[in-house]
Ligand binder design. Structure first.
Ligand code: PMP
Length: 359
């Protein structure tokens, strides 16, 4: 008996998105899923404790109003109606594809980028229109071309795995030709020099998604949000689960949003380590892109990336090996603490030497 036949054909054919490995806490150095290596703001733990001692027998606020207000105030938005809270920013992406892209319509995305976008289109029985980045990680003209069948465009900015950024001015100017909404996925924007928040106020077709998983060190809590014109938010509220965010996550994220000094300190530390990683990897002979995220993408002329990844993994150092058809493979290393990065770099140095001896 094979009960899979009960499912829609597009679900049966689906290639599931495979997230980076989660290891049991302990000796593993985890640099594979772009988490924050530092603990979250202290106020978060206290907020969760208080919420847990409160009324967990009651459903949470369906709109997470307090959190929306804290976000609007901190980001200087006109009001909470410009914000939608989601169960991680992945839920925001799901809601947008569900609401905007119908069966056989298209979701446009750049490649190499966040692989989940494709899966979301597949679930919808929609198609993805993948536009390759140029070799210098800029976007070709075709990315901005209007097409009546393309109903939504997603652009991670900074992009993963490259850490590259498309300038907000270019996004604002070029997206006018699209004639459909554009989501700028800013999961990593807190680590970057620029962002697209200002564009949302001026352009009804531009939206920005953010997450608490990276800069706020709350990947385990699951909270993300969308900033968009209120008329777009209203439509999305109609299709979300009534209680999409739980009370503990709402309390945690609100406390995190109010911890802006903590955020600046941690982001500064991560950016400093990122620059050090970048120089050291270059010295070792890697081709390494300047990154605006909390990770670094690198390739080595020996191209033994899968082997390097495997060797590191055997030494309990997890990084991400990525292989994109038509583009090639490489290593994405999340920025960890200085000690974690030193251990990773030391091991990589040894592996590079072995490659040089055997080549
Ligand atoms: N966008 C991008 C580009 C990401 O890399 C990730 C993390 N994998 C997400 C969104 C989702 O983050 P979360 O669901 O944890 O908010």
């Amino acid at each position: 008996m094979n009960a899979q036949r009960y499912f829609r054909p597009n679900v049966q054919a689906l290639q599931p998105y495979v997230p980076g490995r989660q290891a049991a806490p302990g000796k593993t150095i985890k640099l594979n899923t772009n988490e924050n290596p530092y603990p979250p703001p202290p106020a978060v733990v206290e907020a969760i404790r208080q919420a847990a001692g409160g009324s967990l027998n009651r459903y949470p606020d369906p709109l997470a109003s307090g959190l929306r207000m804290a976000i609007a105030k901190t980001l200087d938005l006109p009001g909470p109606e410009w914000v939608l809270a989601g169960n991680g920013s992945d839920e925001i992406l799901t809601l947008l594809v569900r609401g905007l892209v119908g069966e056989n319509q298209q979701l446009r995305l750049p490649t190499p980028s966040y692989i989940l976008y494709r899966t979301l289109a597949d679930i919808q029985a929609a198609q993805w229109d993948e536009v390759p980045f140029e070799p210098d990680w800029s976007l070709p003209d075709s990315f901005w071309q209007s097409d009546p069948n393309v109903r939504l465009v997603m652009l991670p900015n900074p992009n993963s795995p490259s850490g590259s950024v498309v300038a907000p001015e270019e996004i604002e100017q070029r997206s006018q030709d699209l004639h459909c909404p554009l989501l700028v996925d800013e999961a990593y924007a807190d680590f970057a020099d620029s962002n697209c928040l200002d564009l949302v106020r001026r352009n009804e077709h531009i939206m920005v998604s953010r997450t608490f998983s990276k800069s706020y060190a709350l990947a385990g809590v699951r909270m993300g949000y969308l900033v968009a014109q209120p008329s777009l938010i209203e439509q999305l509220i109609k299709i979300k689960d009534s209680y999409n965010c739980d009370a503990l996550a709402i309390a945690a994220a609100t406390a995190a949003m109010l911890s802006q000094d903590w955020l600046s300190d941690v982001v500064a530390k991560i950016r400093t380590t990122r620059e050090r990683m970048w120089s050291r990897l270059q010295e070792m002979g890697f081709d390494v892109l300047p990154s605006q995220g909390n990770f670094v993408w690198c390739t080595h002329p020996s191209a033994r990336h899968a082997w390097m990844h495997e060797q590191l993994s055997q030494s309990q150092i997890l990084i991400r090996y990525m292989n994109y058809p038509g583009f090639g493979d490489g290593l994405r290393i999340s920025v960890g603490t200085d000690d974690q990065i030193d251990a990773c770099l030391m091991m990589l140095q040894r592996l590079v030497r072995q490659c040089e001896v055997t080549s």
